[in-house]
Ligand binder design. Structure first.
Ligand code: PDD
Length: 286
């Protein structure tokens, strides 16, 4: 069964707070027509933003990469206002930010005069209890573009990968480029082999996950060795633990991986993942 998702009560759109059924953009909005926009999702634990600056920094990076002139850090106040207005100071929540290039007569080149469109809202999300979950996942070919470092709203390949997983009864789809694991359709990916943690290096093939960076940092604090090197499908036989991370995912161990209807991995251990979860909870709930 797919979880039911609800609209937020209110959204900020280009200077106004509106009910979702009152918030409209032009049919010529370039995020609508081309996926010409970028986004960010920032977690708030009981009203407190976690790694807010890092999320805004990544938003600024995406903006710079697609050459939208806008100061991401100017949105910090609005993010806090969104949490406030939604009455989410005592709950777990996230803030969604989307910046579109704006509306203009359709052309593949970017019109000279165009106004950035801003959408922002807070929504409640369950961030607690992830340590009790395990995910069964599938693996398939990574069919995304070669700039996965840009947090683009053009997520069709991610949507197709996730839909394939969810409709087949899996929790996530782990993506493979030329036989090497990149990441999940909406999560970063880690492997443990002989006590060493492996994750795909940053670059055009993955999103630089903020939770990923925090996990690497936690490993350093625990003297656990991390190698930012991609893992090949054939190495799965040596893998002891697999886990995925993300803002709404948190840290979840993978109990099995299915590829072409064949189970190619079942969990062997979970002790290292458990240790990371413990420290992560302490850091986020401080
Ligand atoms: N997704 N990789 C991909 C492709 C993602 O979409 C995400 C997050 C991550 C994890 O990044 P972070 O730890 O910074 O959340 C990795 C968000 C939450 C989303 O699209 O809703």
């Amino acid at each position: 069964m797919k979880p039911e998702k609800k609209y937020p009560k209110e959204v900020y759109l280009n200077g106004k707070w509106l009910k979702p059924d009152e918030a409209f953009v032009s049919v010529f909005d370039r995020a609508f027509m081309f996926g010409d926009g970028i986004y960010e999702v920032t977690p708030f634990y009981k009203g407190k933003g976690f790694k807010l600056k890092e999320h805004l920094k990544r938003l600024q990076y995406s903006l710079d990469q697609i050459q939208i002139t806008f100061d991401a850090f100017s949105l910090e106040k609005l993010m806090l206002e969104a949490i406030d207005r939604a009455g989410l100071h005592n709950a777990d929540a996230a803030v969604y930010i989307q910046l579109s290039r704006g509306a203009g007569a359709r052309s593949h080149f970017v019109p000279e005069k165009i106004e950035t469109s801003i959408l922002l809202y807070a929504f409640g999300v369950t961030l607690e209890g992830f340590e009790k979950k395990t995910w069964h996942v599938m693996a398939s070919e990574d069919k995304r573009w070669y700039r996965c470092d840009i947090k683009s709203t053009a997520l069709l390949a991610n949507v197709m990968a996730n839909e394939a997983a969810i409709s087949a009864g899996f929790h996530e789809n782990l993506l493979l480029r030329n036989g090497y694991f990149t990441e999940g359709s909406h999560s970063s990916l880690f492997f443990v082999k002989y006590g060493v943690v492996y994750t795909h290096p940053e670059g055009p093939e993955i999103l630089s996950g903020i939770t990923r960076a925090e996990v690497i940092n936690i490993c350093a604090s625990l003297n656990i060795k991390v190698i930012e090197k991609t893992v090949h499908f054939d190495e799965l036989v040596e893998v002891e633990e697999v886990f995925v991370t993300g803002t709404t995912t948190q840290i979840i161990p993978i109990s099995s991986i299915t590829h072409h209807n064949k189970k190619v991995y079942t969990t062997r251990k979970d002790s290292l993942t458990k240790k990371l979860q413990e420290v992560f909870i302490k850091r986020t709930r401080r």
